[in-house]
Design a protein. Structure first.
Length: 127
């Protein structure tokens, strides 16, 4: 797969400054870029949720969802939620969901998935 800007395959290493910028932000953030034959989705999740992120793709829609438990929050994020979690068992799990709509149909199989420092990168081919 190639991007519209270059004839080379997309290399996640080239995006390292962008990853560092996104991973330093505490809140969840989704960024989508469209290229000639694919989409690149960059999603920032708080804490360490690598194995808990579910990706569901159907036609022009993608759903990213995860459940975060207190032990998955980083030390940087704990002060914001720790006191509230002690007072309520309902907050022991927080669910984060993002629904992303694309202009074109996408393949239900991911071309590339990379996770580093709380940032998930997905490459989806257009159909």
């Amino acid at each position: 797969m190639t991007s519209s800007n270059s004839g080379d395959l997309w290399d996640w290493r080239a995006a390292m400054p962008e990853l560092a910028s996104i991973s330093s932000q505490i809140q969840t953030q989704i960024k989508t870029e469209e290229f000639t034959d694919h989409y690149k989705v960059i999603a920032k999740f708080p804490g360490s949720v690598r194995d808990n992120i579910r990706v569901q793709i159907h036609e022009k829609t993608m759903l990213l969802s995860t459940s975060i438990t207190p032990h998955q929050l980083t030390a940087k994020n704990k002060p914001h939620l720790h006191s509230a979690m002690r007072s309520s068992d309902k907050l022991s799990h927080r669910t984060i969901e993002h629904k992303i709509e694309f202009a074109h149909k996408v393949s239900s199989k991911l071309v590339h998935r990379h996770f580093q420092n709380g940032v998930l990168i997905l490459i989806l081919a257009k159909r």
